[in-house]
Design a protein around this ligand. Structure first.
Ligand SMILES: Nc1ncnc2c1ncn2[C@@H]1O[C@H](COP(=O)(O)OP(=O)(O)O)[C@@H](O)[C@H]1O
Ligand SMILES: [Mg+2]
Length: 497
């Protein structure tokens, strides 16, 4: 359908391509065999993903050479512009037909499976995101990290693995980055080398290009998980103990104001999503996010998303704009995906002014640091308030800080459930209700430890719990967690509370 070929014409240069198309295609075209890097002995030893065919080893220089030849013949034969207009499956079929024909005309000898691999590879280059495609298709990958054309990693089950893919060169990688960001109307090049974008499936993308990234374009993709984890799953993974889970459910239900603190990839957003499960079906919830990740199950949810500036640097809508606006939308709870800046002030105000049960995540390594982070975010927002006033505001607004951590063995744990209870002089006082205590490591390097309560029988939110008639369940969970071994012999005592 798109072919401009005749039986004898395949060797001829195509004429229907514009210079731009030709340039694009040339950038996408795999480089000649000499460019394929040879793995050196000094390369650091990292596990290589076993399932993906490893370009480092499995694919030979010959493969790349054949691919280059076929690719060049292909782009001379088809009209890429037309091809991009049609449905992917149809285009794929068309490319398959032409490639098969090219192979037979050029007398390339290949096994069926090699041929299949080549077809797949070429289709991905022409139609999709090239070597990224097989990684994007997998549901088990949490993050994809490309550090220049020849180094890529993925995170699977909390483990960092070397991904067995490769780009032919940085130009091909840059071209793919450009394709990704242009879908959301943005541009990435030397003059604007940093760019955030989103894939059609919701995955978050960050690109940082040379000259800022010294060894070639860096592309980081946080893959969108269709099925968000639940508290029950976190419990089954050992991220939280059964009693801890009950405490978290109660905290969510009785409308405590919650800050979820943790490092990058520690599971903050996941936990926030889990916490929203205890919100009543009747509540009006407004969520503010940089890119919509939360999946609330309640019927009455308004989802808001920030907007980056356009190419002319205009039209930006910040998180602060959203949070301020949502106060006028009669929300019952406000949920902020990630608090990074002066919107901290507005969120705290919301928490303080009748929007109990509001929640947000922020980047910090401990509950105490979370308080300091909130303070500095407010200070940086240019509010000329004395530090003590800001702290009082934080203490008056935030009830609970939940700390999420990614441990060194790759597992994620909820390490603290901490109450903000007041001020002593200038210093906010915190009280851990529930902690994860590391006991050591087993022979496989897995961390051993246990979740336990710290022995506090009457948390500050006790009255709230009573108001929602959750005090018995709360007392029971705290008592059971005290020994760290599940249902303890304090059970009877607890039931009299
Ligand atoms: N408790 C957990 N156990 C296993 N995987 C988890 C857990 N929490 C989060 N994850 C996974 O870790 C990745 C990062 O989680 P996310 O919540 O987006 O982190 P953050 O918001 O802190 O950057 C996701 O792929 C998520 O599915
Ligand atoms: Mg997050």
């Amino acid at each position: 359908m798109f072919g401009k070929r005749s039986e004898t014409d395949l060797e001829m240069k195509g004429r229907a391509l514009t210079p731009v198309q030709l340039a694009n295609a040339a950038e996408l075209a795999p480089e000649a065999a000499s460019q394929v890097p040879v793995k050196t002995a000094s390369e650091p030893k990292v596990e290589v993903e076993p399932e993906t065919p490893s370009d480092d080893g499995a694919r030979t220089a010959e493969y790349y050479s054949v691919k280059t030849t076929v690719f060049n013949a292909l782009i001379d034969t088809i009209d890429l512009a037309q091809l991009s207009q049609v449905e992917k499956t149809v285009a794929r079929e068309e490319i398959r037909d032409i490639v098969t024909e090219i192979l037979s005309i050029k007398n390339v000898i290949m096994s069926i499976s090699e041929q299949e691999e080549l077809l797949e590879d070429i289709c991905n280059d022409v139609l999709g995101y090239g070597p990224l495609e097989p990684l994007l298709a997998r549901d088990d990958i949490a993050d994809i990290m490309i550090n220049g054309a020849h180094t890529s990693f993925i995170e699977v089950d909390g483990k960092m693995l070397k991904a067995g893919i490769q780009f032919s060169d940085n130009a091909q990688l840059m071209n793919i980055c450009q394709r990704i960001v242009s879908q959301v109307g943005r541009r990435v090049d030397e003059s604007s080398p940093i760019c955030d974008a989103r894939l059609p499936d919701g995955s978050r993308v960050n690109v940082i290009a040379p000259p800022l990234a010294i060894d070639g374009p860096c592309l980081t993709i946080r893959k969108f998980k269709k099925d968000k984890l639940t508290l029950a799953q976190l419990e089954s993974f050992g991220s939280i103990s059964p009693e801890g889970r009950v405490i978290l459910e109660i905290i969510g239900k009785v409308r405590c104001n919650i800050v979820i603190s943790g490092g990058t990839g520690s599971g903050k957003t996941t936990l926030l999503n889990c916490m929203t499960a205890s919100i009543e079906q009747t509540e009006r919830i407004v969520t503010c996010e940089d890119s919509a990740e939360l999946q609330l199950q309640q019927p009455h949810v308004v989802r808001l998303e920030t907007r980056p500036p356009n190419l002319e640097g205009e039209g930006e809508i910040t998180m602060r704009d959203l949070v301020k606006n949502c106060l006028r939308m009669r929300p019952e709870r406000i949920i902020v995906g990630e608090v990074r800046g002066p919107e901290a002030f507005d969120l705290l105000q919301a928490m303080n002014t009748g929007h109990d049960g509001s929640m947000g995540t922020l980047h910090s390594n401990s509950p105490r640091e979370a308080i300091a982070r909130l303070e500095s975010m407010i200070m940086m927002g240019g509010f000329s308030l004395p530090s003590k006033t800001i702290r009082e505001m934080i203490v008056g607004s935030v009830d609970i800080i939940i700390q999420a951590s990614r441990m060194r063995d790759g597992t994620r744990k909820i390490t603290h459930i901490t109450e903000v209870i007041g001020m002593e002089g200038d210093v906010p006082t915190l009280q851990d209700l529930f902690v994860y205590e590391i006991k050591g490591e087993d022979e496989h390097g897995k961390i051993r430890g246990e979740h336990r309560s710290t022995g506090i029988a009457r948390p500050k939110f006790w009255e709230r719990a009573q108001y929602f008639n959750e005090q018995h369940r709360l007392a029971q969970a705290l008592a059971d967690a005290e020994t760290g071994t599940g249902f303890s012999n304090r059970k009877e005592e607890a039931s009299f509370v």
